[in-house]
Design a protein. Structure first.
Length: 185
């Protein structure tokens, strides 16, 4: 150590003195240099390589996550496009279903109206026929009552029993008169 401090002294410096002062002992220099090399090798294998591997592994992990995120982003974009298409198709299908339902409802209403009109017409015709039958029956009943009354009246007027021939003739005459009387009104 004293040799280093002596460098600052006032003695003149020569090339040999300078080298001697710079490299006082070549074996110390070689040992120090070898120790430095060994230290570099140790640091290289135990610190630099593991750190480099760790950094490469971390870089690969980050790169993989980035590429995976890009893939997922692309997949999400394609899923959004598909979802929009499906939503558009579903809306169009819903509109079609609603329109078809409205058309079906209109058809059902129209068919129900037609069926109701047919049923009403049929019921009207049945009632009309029943009424016509009732009218005919009443006419027959009235005719029979008239015949009975005419027979009684004719028996009272003539004072004798009327046979069937006379009875039929008298009834026909009376009916004819009554019908003519109704036609005049």
């Amino acid at each position: 150590m004293s040799s280093l401090y002596s460098f600052t002294s006032s003695s003149p410096i020569t090339n040999e003195g300078f080298l001697e002062k710079l490299f006082p002992n070549p074996w110390d220099f070689v040992a120090t240099f070898l120790a430095f090399i060994v230290l570099l090798v140790i640091v290289f294998f135990f610190a630099y390589k593991p750190v480099k591997k760790l950094l490469k592994k971390r870089g690969d992990y980050v790169e993989e996550n980035i590429s995976e995120a890009k893939k997922k982003n692309d997949e999400a974009d394609s899923n959004i496009v598909l979802a929009k298409k499906e939503l558009k198709n579903a809306r169009q299908e819903a509109v079609t279903i609603v329109n078809n339902a409205q058309d079906d409802a209109t058809n059902i209403i129209n068919k129900a109206k037609i069926d109701a009109e047919k049923a009403a017409t049929l019921e009207y015709e049945k009632k009309k026929e029943l009424l016509a039958q009732d009218v005919e029956k009443m006419k027959d009943d009235i005719h029979q009552e008239m015949v009975d009354i005419a027979l009684l009246v004719s028996q009272e007027v003539i004072g004798r029993e009327i046979d069937e021939k006379d009875q039929a003739r008298l009834v026909d005459e009376m009916v004819t008169r009554l019908e003519k009387g109704n036609d005049d009104e």
